[in-house]
Design a protein around this ligand. Structure first.
Ligand code: 4AD
Ligand code: MG
Length: 479
């Protein structure tokens, strides 16, 4: 058996009593031919391994370079040096893998996040990405815990689908037809009958429609999987491949939906604060450093941890789209024409600058906007009695903008069919979806939380490319 080791995170919590241990990890630095800072990814804190002078061959010591991997056996003793309670006095050192320090791209110094994106295969070995991805893991675990504890069924919805749930036409085609020489119909269009599935298919943009099928049997379900959007948005908040959590609940109205979403977001934040304190403190420090580069008025009023505490301890601001338009229209920001897109009035789609102004400058807390104009929302949202709006809700978070999108669903068959017709959504293709409205339809609702935006919010990372291991964005699919 090889893996008889103690993880460094655990070891660092011990009282040093000359325990014999085996540790394995990668060298961060090797100082004075005597002090190895060893990291195994369980924490940002390195273990100090001490090589007594004269005990090890010069030829071995030479191979202890930054990023070389080691297996060390030794004794845990109190540390004489400052900065750590204990250290391991090495009795044997085995080099598992050498590393040419000259060629290793990650030098022990500060690298920019942009540079680290180019070496995303190695960036987990930095403190910043160590912290971010341990927190990402924790949040994913917390997602399952939250819903499992509430009796939701985790449903795996398909990745390949024939529908465009959001109807936004931003899908990636899935095909085995030859690109150069695809079989054609008489009118010159591609003949997808010849394709693998005998029809046109694409990567899913959302598991919602299938999720609704589950909710109308199990009551409460959630999905948590990758979704794909071919939107050409090169922003710090958009990915072409991102993970989404989509709960769907029978017997829920819009208010129930908003309550669950608010509780869920607070739960995730609290979970990270309870389980990832050390990493959050590291990232809070990092963010504070980063913000020092910004002009005073661009800096956050609260530090990362204070911000998270504030969000957990305060109610989200709830208002309707119509009220939000009023607030925006009357704002001095708008009157002084400081929005790039001026507030033209009711019916307009909100731009991210409007959302961010509402959240960051006006209410200074997360905002739940509801009851949007039907014309700017998807076909499945429940039509309100005013004949103009639908029972939609978006949650907007400081520094992020939209983090959740959801709605009560149109459960009335005739209303739904009428809306689909208006929006040119082919009812024949969605016959299975409409069946839920034919056989025991119920009021139901759900939402989608963008997982990466949530990770951004908790970690304070400004660019979404830094919270997913290998970002997929326009013109970029390395690794
Ligand atoms: O608002 P969206 O498009 O809603 C839906 O897909 C619904 N079917 C959800 C539902 O009701 N079940 O997307 C939901 C969330 C957004 O609020 C945002 O957080 C995230 O998904 N999102 C993205 N995240 C990263 N990159 C993108 N390109 C994203 N597009 C949406
Ligand atoms: Mg949305």
């Amino acid at each position: 058996m090889f893996n008889k080791r103690v993880k460094i995170k655990e070891l660092l919590s011990w009282e040093p009593k000359e325990q014999e241990v085996t540790v394995m990890g990668w060298v961060r630095t090797f100082r004075n031919n005597q002090f190895i800072a060893l990291n195994d990814g369980s924490t940002n804190n390195n273990l100090q391994v001490v090589t007594e002078l004269g005990k090890f061959d010069e030829s071995l010591l030479k191979r202890i370079t930054t990023s070389a991997s080691l297996k060390v056996r030794g004794i845990v003793i109190p540390s004489l040096g400052k900065g750590q309670k204990l250290e391991v006095k090495a009795t044997t050192i085995e080099i598992l893998g050498d590393s040419d320090a000259e060629k290793y791209p990650l030098q022990p110094k500060k690298h920019s996040l942009e540079f680290l994106r180019e070496i995303a295969h190695l960036r987990f070995r930095t403190n910043t990405f160590g912290s971010v991805f341990r927190i990402r893991h924790s949040l994913a675990f917390a997602v399952h815990k939250f819903f499992n504890d509430k009796g939701f069924v985790y449903m795996h919805t398909p990745i390949i689908t024939a529908s465009d749930a959001e109807g936004a036409g931003e899908t990636f085609r899935v095909t085995t037809l030859p690109v150069e020489n695809a079989p054609k119909n008489e009118d010159g269009s591609v003949n997808y009958k010849e394709d693998f599935f005998g029809r046109a298919t694409n990567l899913t943009v959302s598991g919602q429609l299938e999720g609704e099928l589950g909710a109308t049997a199990f009551g409460d379900i959630y999905t948590f999987g990758p979704t794909f959007r071919a939107e050409n948005s090169n922003t710090a908040r958009h990915l072409a491949e991102f993970w989404m959590i989509e709960p769907e609940m029978a017997f829920y109205d819009l208010e129930d939906n908003a309550n669950l979403a608010e509780e869920f977001i607070k739960y995730l934040i609290q979970y990270a604060m309870d389980n990832n304190r050390e990493d959050l403190e590291f990232l809070a420090q990092r963010l504070a450093e980063e913000e020092k580069q910004l002009p005073q008025d661009k800096r956050s009023e609260l530090g990362l941890i204070e911000k998270l505490e504030f969000v957990v301890n305060n109610d989200f601001q709830r208002l309707t789209y119509t009220e939000a338009i009023e607030v925006l229209k009357e704002s001095s920001h708008n009157k002084k024409k400081k929005f790039q897109y001026p507030i033209t009035g009711w019916g307009m789609d909100l731009q991210s600058e409007h959302e961010r102004w509402l959240v960051e400058k006006h209410f200074k807390k997360p905002v739940i906007l509801s009851n949007y104009p039907a014309a700017i929302k998807a076909f499945y949202m429940r039509q309100n009695e005013d004949g103009k709006t639908v029972a939609a809700m978006d949650i907007l978070a400081p520094g992020i903008g939209e983090i959740v999108g959801g709605s009560q669903r149109e459960e009335r068959l005739d209303r739904l069919e009428a809306r689909m017709k208006e929006m040119n959504i082919p009812a024949e293709e969605l016959w299975w979806y409409l069946d839920t409205r034919r056989f025991g339809t119920v009021p139901h609702a759900g939402f989608g939380l963008g997982f990466e935006r949530m990770v951004q919010f908790v970690t304070g990372m400004t660019n979404i490319r830094d919270v997913i291991a290998f970002p997929r964005t326009p013109k970029s699919a390395e690794f």
